[in-house]
Design a protein around this ligand. Structure first.
Ligand code: FNR
Length: 387
């Protein structure tokens, strides 16, 4: 090792340990290393942007297009990320920040951090380990993953093989008998929370996605584990006729908590409350559905103000940094979800890459909380930001 590399190593060790050494006990995992070791070994991967870059070196063009693409001109994809830059943090000083807790409680479940993994379909397109690798990473790092209806492996298999705390994301088929089977299977696997995606009455105009994904699905190379042998040919797995009555139907047909994923207006937040939803995910599907040009972080304030703490409000879309998480929490989000960031990790390095993505974001959040003078999630308030 050259002198310069040794200096770099020492500096990295100090800069990581000076804030994290006592605050963050990383558990052992399939990667059998700490975040610091990852950082030192995986040269150049310091953050989520580096992980994306690494995934671009490895993934084929079609998989990249599927993962990084969006609707129309990708305006919403871009503003989801960019809008966070416009929010400034007001840091407080002279507060003892040696001990920081990122714990929260959601639907009676204790979570070590206010970060969940958004549902992302067809993950075997990124890595042969697919959703099971992501869920194993979630388990190793103590995260909750929302498994997609259109996972390559079934919810039952992901749950059994990973042991992770999983929530189920639902695309309801027009055939409600099929949907009922999915609900029953999720509950039998121990799932307590269902996320109903409501921004996909039809699939968005993803011009850059190409036909490879569809061809691979048709050829059975990318199975739809949840729907195998229960969805008749030609029956769609999404339902463009779905209305708010779906919440009543779900409540009558399962006992899981119902999160509505895809809310972007105060009017619909109010309907979530009156129709008895248990929670909201502010989401525009990562800019893959309507290319509206409005970011989710811009939608968050009016929704939080409408909900007034009556039910949890989560948010996803464009979160790439601990500061982004901090800003969403400051506006009033109960927790955030990340989609592409962990899939970049999956594409780059399989399970180890997902673990790295989770470690990076949690580590950044803790450091940012310390730098802003906050020691708990509930202590992060609107007074900590300027919108
Ligand atoms: C998604 N998303 C998604 N959402 C959903 O409800 N069901 C799904 O099956 C999928 N599939 C999916 C595939 C891919 C490749 C992506 C990138 C996204 C949307 C996802 O849950 C989430 O809303 C966004 O990914 C959040 O934005 P970021 O974090 O990717 O910027």
């Amino acid at each position: 090792m050259s002198q310069q590399q040794e200096y770099r190593r020492q500096f990295l060790k100090w800069s990581a340990l000076s804030t994290l050494g006592t605050a963050l006990p990383f558990s052992g995992s399939a990667t059998s290393g700490t975040w610091l070791e990852h950082l030192l070994q995986e040269d150049g991967i310091k953050n989520i942007h580096d992980l994306k870059r690494k995934s671009l070196e490895i993934l084929g063009q079609d998989a990249q297009n599927y993962l990084n693409g969006g609707a129309d001109d990708l305006t919403t994809v871009m503003v989801n990320e960019a809008a966070y830059k416009g929010i400034k943090i007001r840091a407080r000083r002279l507060i003892d920040v040696r001990s920081v807790s990122t714990e929260i409680e959601l639907f009676g479940q204790k979570m070590d951090q206010p970060i969940l993994m958004s549902p992302v379909g067809f993950q075997k397109f990124f890595h042969e380990g697919g959703e099971i690798a992501s869920a194993k990473a979630a388990r190793a790092k103590g995260f909750t993953m929302i498994a997609s209806s259109v996972s390559n492996d079934s919810f039952t298999d992901i749950s059994q093989q990973s042991g992770a705390n999983l929530w189920f994301q639902l695309y309801p088929s027009t055939d409600r008998k099929v949907t009922k089977i999915l609900l029953d299977r999720a509950e039998a696997a121990g799932c307590k929370v269902l996320a109903l995606t409501v921004d996909t009455p039809v699939v968005g105009n993803r011009e850059n996605s190409g036909t490879t994904l569809m061809n691979m699905i048709s050829a059975g190379e990318l199975p739809m584990g949840n729907f195998e042998s229960i969805l008749a040919e030609g029956v769609p797995f999404t339902d463009p006729s779905m209305t708010w009555d779906m919440i009543d139907w779900l409540k009558a047909n399962c006992s899981m908590k119902i999160l509505i994923k895809g809310i972007v207006t105060r009017e619909d937040a109010a309907l979530c409350l009156t129709r008895g939803a248990d929670g909201i995910i502010v989401s525009n599907h990562g800019g893959r559905q309507l290319d509206s040009g409005l970011s989710t972080i811009e939608c968050l304030p009016e929704i939080v103000d409408e909900v007034k703490g009556q039910i949890p409000v989560l948010i996803d879309g464009g979160i790439r940094r601990g500061t982004d998480i901090f800003k969403a929490l400051a506006i009033g989000a109960t927790a955030v979800c990340i989609g592409r960031p962990y899939c970049w990790g999956l594409g780059a390095m399989g399970q180890a890459g997902v673990e790295l993505a989770l470690d990076i974001l949690k580590t950044e959040l803790i450091r940012d909380m310390q730098l802003a003078g906050t020691t708990s999630v509930s202590g992060i308030t609107r007074a900590h930001i300027l919108i």
